[in-house]
Structures are given as C-alpha cells and as structure tokens.
Design a binder for this molecule. Structure first.
Ligand SMILES: Cc1ncc(COP(=O)(O)O)c(C=O)c1O
Length: 394
C-alpha cells in the first residue's frame, strides 16, 4: 500500500491533522461512488430491472462487509443511518424511550460527545429519568467513580470507546461485563474507535454500537447502528415513510423486517456502496499495522512537543491518536488560524464535548495512519517559530 498514491488529498500542499473530525478518502472509495453514479444509478428496493438489482446487491454487500468488520452474528443487526448522531438518536428514542421508566438512571461520562449526551438529556426530561455523570480525571474516565455510581436504578451505561477530545480509551469489555452482571445494558459510541482499533461486538458484548463511515475513510452520509437482534426486535423506528413499511391502511401499519424498518426513505446509496471499499482498504492495511503506526506517530509528536517549553500538553498519557495542546497567552482559535496560514489543518475549541473535566478550549491535533514523521517535524518547526506566531496574532 502506498498512502501517497492511494489518497488524492495527500498530494495537496496541506498537512491534515484533523482526522478525528473526518478522514481523507482513498481513490478506490471515490471511484466506487463514481461507479454508482456512472454505471447503475438507480434506487434500491424499487426497480424491476438489472441496474436496480445491482444497487440492492451492492448495498447488501456493504451490509455483510460491516457485519464481518465488527463480527456481528447476523447481517440484520447492521442498520444504515446517516451518521453516529442518527444512530445514537435511534437507540435513545427508538429503544430506550420505551425501555426506561420514571426514576431509572442512565450513566454517561461528562467527556462524551454532544451526540451521546443531548439525546439522553431530552429523554430524561420527557421520561423523568435521571442522568448520572461519571467524572474524568486528567482526561481519563474515573473507573472507580463509574462503579460507585451503578445502583439498582441504573438501566444503561452509554460511553464512547475512545473520546474525541482527549483520546481516552475505555475498557468497554470490562465495563460491559460488570454492567451485565447487574442487568445494565451498554451502548458504545465507536465513532472514534472504529477507525483505529479492531471492533468485535461479540467479544465486547455491547448491546448497541454506533459509528460513522466518514471518520474511517468512507464517504459522508453513512452511519452504522449495530444492535443485538433480540433488542432490535423491541426497538421502534423514529422515522416513518417509504421503504420501511410492508403495508398499511387507515387502521394499521405493518413494518418491514429488521433492518429495513429502520431505514426509511431513500438512503445515501452512493455513499453506502462507497463505504464497502473503505472497509476493504482498512482490512487489507490491517488494524495491527494501523495501531502500531499511530502509536509511534503519537509518541513522536508528544516527545517533540515536550521540547517546546511554552506548549502545554493536556493528555500526554492517553492512548488515542489525539493530542490536545495550548500555548500560554495564545487563544487556541488564533493558534489554529496561525497553523492554517502555514497549511496545517487542526481544530480548536471544545470539540463538541462541552462538559468534560477540562474547561479550556484547546487545539486538537488528531492523527491517522497516513500521517508522517515529516509532517510532525514541519508542525514542530512552525510551533517553535514563536516570532512568526506572535506576528500573526498581533
Ligand atoms: C465520539 C464521537 N461521537 C459522536 C460523533 C458524531 O459523529 P457524526 O458527526 O458523524 O454523527 C463524533 C464526531 O466527532 C464523535 O467524535
């Protein structure tokens, strides 16, 4: 594999360090999307003609690839949504809205992404349930605090496997084991983990899992919702319309089987089809290689950042490929714009997680396997040039 050849964006004269927001796409993914539009641009489920059958086959093929990718027991457990946010909303409002009763408790961490907090907040108002937040200390989940907070009212724990602000990697397998021993269900937000580590839902034993194609080399517009089949049978759709009903009249509505009942309307067919190539690319690159490469890149980045006395690193010891920093006396937004002026893409602010233990805005550098040591060297040289930085912000 040759990243420079595989990713057209890597040929541009920019350095892309905003991979936690979305990743670059390899050419084979772009070509697959193009293939759909140029060769079999039809709707799914609806045509009695060859190019329509081809679309159905391609969509089914992606579903099976995703099933194998996360080691789900059956392909019906894979539901296509728009993104992680929609998957989490479907889980909260389609399943837990009926499952939870007044006074039940949901455990979240304060470092969750807004998409794993706000749906629960709305549900808690509508259903009079209680959200219990677990603290993070030094950018890591406080596991003892989590264990202490599980009571006989706790019905679900919903956590990111890796957080998007500080790259805190949680032991979801252990948490799920403990949760299940107390009859507590587990929802896993895998938006930041599925791109970087091997996900095995059978091994993790989580009840629901959500992630996005665009954060793992795939096109935008596709999310995955995984749920254990017996739980999906109890989930109701949050969207109604074409493509999800078998029949209806004034008195009754008969839904299609799982997963189709949860996929109302025309989906982003081109992107679902393109996602298949992203999965194949990740499979052939191999998660062992991805993890190894990212580990050394991160280590190098931290080591070089530590040599700059005025750089504060917030999450030196976390495992994800995210490093958050600040420079004394410089707003993180200004720092981001300064780096942009040097063709480096990063992100500043609170990164959609506004309740974490770190209340500062930070500059986030998020890596992926196609980043290089040379790119890090360039970033470091730009950060070391304090005169240029001060000139830019003044
Ligand atoms: C941990 C986490 N959860 C959820 C999301 C939401 O993903 P999307 O915008 O694809 O719905 C993100 C996006 O950054 C994320 O990092």
């Amino acid at each position: 594999m040759n990243e420079l050849k595989d990713f057209p964006m890597l040929k541009k004269s920019i350095i892309y360090f905003d991979n936690a927001a979305t990743t670059l796409k390899p050419k084979i993914v772009i070509d697959k999307v193009k293939e759909y539009y140029e060769e079999y641009s039809a709707n799914s489920h609806r045509g009695d003609y060859d190019i329509g059958f081809r679309v159905d086959d391609e969509i089914d093929n992606t579903r099976v690839l995703v099933q194998e990718f996360i080691n789900a027991k059956r392909k019906e457990e894979i539901i296509f949504t728009k993104n992680t946010t929609e998957s989490l909303n479907e889980i909260v409002f389609g399943f837990f809205n009926n499952y939870l009763k007044e006074d039940d408790e949901v455990i979240l961490s304060s470092s969750e992404h807004a998409s794993n907090i706000l749906p629960w907040m709305i549900l808690s108002i509508n259903k009079k349930i209680k959200i219990v937040f677990v603290d993070s200390v030094n950018e890591r989940l406080h596991i003892d605090d989590l264990l202490k907070k599980i009571t006989n009212k706790t019905k679900v724990i919903s956590l990111a496997q890796i957080t998007n602000v500080s790259g805190d990697k949680r032991d979801i397998k252990l948490i799920t084991k403990i949760a299940h021993s107390k009859n507590v269900l587990v929802v896993c937000d895998a938006a930041q983990s599925a791109p970087h580590i091997k996900i095995d839902v059978e091994d993790l034993d989580v009840d629901f899992l959500a992630f996005s194609s665009h954060k793992m080399l795939g096109p935008t517009g596709v999310g995955i919702l995984y749920g254990k089949y017996h739980l999906l049978k109890k989930m109701v759709p949050i969207m109604y319309g074409g493509g999800m009903n078998e029949n209806y009249n004034e008195k009754e509505l008969k839904l299609l089987s799982i997963p189709y009942r949860f996929e109302a309307g025309t989906q982003d067919l081109a992107s679902i089809i393109g996602f298949s190539e992203a999965i194949k690319y990740l499979n052939s690159y191999g998660f062992k290689n991805i993890e190894r490469k990212e580990k050394y890149l991160r280590k190098y980045l931290v080591q070089e950042l530590k040599k700059i006395p005025y750089v504060k690193i917030y999450n030196e010891h976390n495992e994800g490929s995210i490093v958050i920093i600040n420079i004394d006396g410089v707003l993180s937004g200004d720092l981001g714009l300064y780096l942009n002026s040097k063709n480096i893409c990063t992100r500043s602010g609170k990164h959609c997680a506004k309740m974490g233990d770190n209340k500062d805005d930070t500059l986030r550098i998020s890596l992926y396997f196609y980043n290089t040591y040379e790119e890090i060297d360039y970033l470091i040289s730009v950060l070391k040039d304090k005169k240029s930085l001060l000139n830019f912000i003044n």
